[in-house]
Each structure stands twice: as C-alpha cells, then as structure tokens.
Design a protein around this ligand. Structure first.
Ligand code: SF4
Ligand code: SF4
Length: 226
C-alpha cells in the first residue's frame, strides 16, 4: 500500500477551495497580516502561481501544492531526533511532542512545504468552535505540514475493521480532494490497480515536481492540455 495523490491541472480552476478546506480540517492557525508579510503564513496546502510569457501574452497558471510525501524524503534524513519519518504506507509524518524546532527538515525540503509555529496558536471568538477535535493543535516551537489527512484514514480503517472487511477505495478521502468542486484531486493507493490514482499516475500527462532530485514525490500532477 502506497498512498498518493493525483492533481489534474486541466481540471483545477485555482479556486482555492482545497486550501481553505485543508486549513479548517487540520486546525492550521490563522496568522496576523504583519506576521504573514514576514513569511510566517501557515498553509498545509498552498496555491502556487506561475507566470509564463510576457504581457500582453502573459499566461498565469495556478496549482495546489501539498506535501509531496516523497518516497525518498530529504526531510526525514536530517532530523536529529527522528521527529519526522515515513511510515509503512508511505506517509511522511511529524511527531510533534518529539520535535525540538531546529527546522533542519524545513531547510532540507525542496518543496518548502513545512511551517514553523512561531506563536501559540490562537483563534478569534467564533472560530475556536470550528477546531476539529480529530486533529491535534500544534504547540509553539514545532514544525508541521500536510499529513494526507491521516486521521481520516485511521477512522476509515477502524470502520472497515468493525465491519469485518478490507478498506475500499472511497472509504477515505483527504479534505482537499473531497472539497474540490472540479474533481481535480484524486487520492488513493498508488499500488492498487483498482484505484483511480494508479491508472492516472501512468497517464502520458503525468509529471512530478523537481523529479530530477530523486525524491520520488507521491503527488503526481497531470499537465494541462495545450
Ligand atoms: S515534500 Fe518536503 S516535507 Fe514532504 S516528504 Fe518531501 S521533503 Fe519531506
Ligand atoms: S524541526 Fe522538528 S521535525 Fe524538523 S528536523 Fe527539527 S526536530 Fe525534526
């Protein structure tokens, strides 16, 4: 079993729904505008913008960018206290109570997907009530990032076990995939030929970010059709 994600850039409209859904699902703290200007915005799913060509023939492309859950993750190799590791199903995880906040993993990640908690997370009145009880709120001084919504996976596994059956495709979706109105994000087991991600990952349009680094990302993009 190897969990992975396919993002179809032909379908993605750049609406940002996945970014918002991820933030709400995973209790990602909202940062003051002043802090944000200093590069302290917390996002587990980001929306990157790429400009191609020059005005007036300028083309703007946007693409969602979660953690790539690399099969050869540089981040796990540099952690001095083993607070980040790849589990047996390919998910790259953080152990918050073990993290000493050295940020070596942030420096090692070529996709810059990790965020450091500069402050104790705070929520405005009214927003506090929306905190998801299934996801821990990270303490100040630790590094965090996308988990492929592993808490949802855990729930789906327990449900399947209680019904005496194996996990099925569709039992579990990440919040970003579930929220995408265009159906551009597909999540599943890359090794299971019955899962959509398996066939999509072998599409002629399939590409991975910074593939030449040898990180073997498990987030695969399907290029736009020109
Ligand atoms: S994208 Fe960055 S944080 Fe995610 S597994 Fe790869 S190196 Fe680690
Ligand atoms: S910041 Fe935390 S997870 Fe990252 S390398 Fe340091 S201890 Fe490990």
């Amino acid at each position: 079993m190897k969990w992975g994600m396919v993002i179809d850039l032909q379908k993605c409209t750049g609406c940002g729904e996945c970014v918002a859904a991820c933030k709400l699902e995973n209790n990602v703290a909202i940062v003051e505008p002043k802090e944000s200007e200093m590069g302290r915005t917390m996002l587990w799913m980001d929306m990157l913008t790429v400009y191609e060509g020059e005005y007036p023939r300028l083309r703007v492309r946007q693409f969602p960018r979660p953690c790539m859950h690399c099969d050869h993750p540089p981040c796990t190799k540099v952690c001095p206290v083993r607070a980040t590791y790849k589990n047996e199903e390919g998910i790259v995880a953080q152990i918050y109570p073990q993290c000493i906040g050295c940020r070596y993993c942030m420096a090692a990640c070529p996709y810059t997907v990790k965020s450091f908690n500069w402050y104790k997370p705070e929520w405005a009145p009214g927003i506090r009530e929306t905190v998801n009880p299934d996801v821990s709120v990270r303490q100040v001084g630790v590094v965090e990032k996308c988990t492929f919504c592993v808490h949802r996976l855990q729930k789906a596994k327990e449900q399947a076990k209680s019904e005496g059956r194996n996990l099925r495709e569709g039992d579990f979706q990440t919040a970003c995939a579930e929220s995408c109105p265009a159906g551009a994000i597909v999540f599943g087991d890359l090794e299971n030929t019955g899962h959509r991600v398996n066939s999509l990952s072998r599409s002629p349009r399939a590409t991975r970010l910074l593939e030449d680094l040898g990180t073997e990302p498990k987030v695969i993009y399907l290029k736009e059709v020109d």
